[in-house]
Ligand binder design. Sequence first.
Ligand SMILES: [Zn+2]
Length: 157
Amino acid sequence: MYTFNHSLKRLEPTGSSCQYCETGHSSHMEDNFFVPLYKEQDRTNIIVYRSVKYQKIPVGIPRCRSCKEIHEKAATQASLIAVGLAIAVEVICFKIDLLWGFIGLFPSLFILFGGAAYFQNKFVEDKGITTKMNGAKQNEAVQDLVISGWSFTMPSA
Ligand SMILES: [Zn+2]
């Protein structure tokens, strides 16, 4: 069950059973993971004027302190590794010559963003718990909202 927090404009879970390890319990509202869900309100598609209005609601996924720490530690470590790898690729490319240095920007950016996400999920799964987004996708309240037209991604303009 969920209650709507009017001052923070978010859905807060009333249950505390951790959605990530299924053994722990959430002891504090701020330990929960709030996944933002979006819904388009209306879409105006005129040739020169195009705008999208959307609503956003953060939905709280019950999470215990231990899972929160695993998620946060994995995110930090993954970013450090991704930044390190991206810099290494850039340094190697620039050592070849300037042109390669510029070409190398593309794989570096890919490693920076893709690598961070990849290592983050890997570190979380290695600890035997569910990743932030997979846990959110398994949440019943989130599934109900998705069925009624809400989405994990911001509608594009
Ligand atoms: Zn947990």
